[in-house]
Design a protein. Sequence first.
Lengths: 123, 417
Amino acid sequence: MQYAILCYNDEDVVWSWSKEEDAAVMARLGVVHERLVKAGKLGPALRLLPTTSATTLRKSDPPLVIDGPFAETKEQLLGFYVIDVADLDEALGIARELAAVNPGGAYEVRPIALYNPDRRSGA
Amino acid sequence: MSDVDWINATLTAARAQAIGALLRYFRDLDTAEEAFQDACLRALKSWPQNGPPRDPTAWLILVGRNAALDGVRKRGKQVTLPPDEAISDLDDAEASLAERLDGSHYRDDVLRLLFICCHPELPDTQQIALALRIVSGLSVRQIARAFLVGEAAMEQRITRAKARIAQGGVPFETPGAVERTERLAAVAAMIYLIFNEGYSAGDGSARAELCDEAIRLARLLLRLFQTEPEIMGLTALMLVQHARAPARFDAGGEIILLEDQDRSRWDGKLIAEGLALIDKAMRHRQPGPYQIQAAIAALHARAARPEETDWVQIEALYVALERLQPSPVVTLNRAVAVGKVRGAAAALDLIEPLAPRLSGYFHFFGAKGAFLLQLGRTAEARAAFNQAIALANTPAEANHIRMHLDRLMRDGAPAGN
């Protein structure tokens, strides 16, 4: 079963981390990632740039292009993982492991309906 | 990252919004600062035990406000207090406050807080020191270290700046559209000043960290004013310039010129964010000085090798910048592009008329010396380089020019000039 783990956090806080704090969190996450890769459970994972760099296309008629993220929220979508697990319990277990080394915010664990792998040539 | 680190990062992130709201409430900067300080102390005690609140910023505003009101009551001072909502349950009050915070109120609170630091009567150095103290929450010692002055002197500078502001009065009315634009422009300029303080210092020094802080403030401002192309431009400009930080100095602290930098050491993540912001800004078709400067920086960033730099486009952008914001420094920068496109003689023609206005400017003599050198006018080049050294702002700048001079001595001697 494939799940997405959507990472939400207050980006003002995350982008207030010093370089050292950021590097320390990434290093600790790296250890967890490594373990998941070895277990064959980790698919693509990505970290997004701040929502200030986002642009939103509203599918009105005609479509409207708006500066900023889709929704103004207290905590923002900052990245996500794709994981391959047996069930929700295992997915939540992985989310717990990630949470233990990455403070603040929340992980939304959500099953994937359709997954298209990267089909660019050479990918 | 420990709990305390996380709490500290949260307090830093909430600071501008919380103090901004407290300032609107109390209309006095010192009271607002103290109230926030008080709330932070309580957060450090309460959050590790009770867990972080749902909305830390709202929590800090509420707790800070109540603490300050208590203080005022205890001192028995007769002050006019704003209407007090009855607060029985902190959670409910926090939730309703959080809802109200999402309005535009909030944007103007932060803008006001930044704007009062840009008082036109305050010299640049005081504006920066004040913003770093109030908005960023740096300690006096940290700011003093960044500016290479004593703590007592910095304390005095900040106190004096605050007194000036108190005299002038804080602009509390909600700004109209025109005023808001003016405030944003003043605040953008101040943030760029902070950045340049950091940029002029070498990587790794205390002052260099001001670049990170300026970028943090710009991102914060942009989150509140998502559709302002010039704020996008400012943020992009700083991101792309800062991306080069790891390559700008060698191990000995000597300056490495753009064309000699190891481009693989540039920070790709910062460049990507900067380029994305420039693309967004361009869609608005309202060019401004920050956007143009960002576009110039982007052309450098996009060139994988120095030879691939699009100098023709860079010169065109400098022409546009000169039109919007005429200044001898902009013309000097255009001359560097002209030198690449049409040669050193054309560049020299362009900068000759600037001499009277740039007679105290390090980069003028550095560039002039380089153009003269290219034309083989070594004696004049040497004179220009000597003037540049005398005007250097940092030891690294002076050393860089000395390197040119040394080369001149070495290569120029056999020519017997």
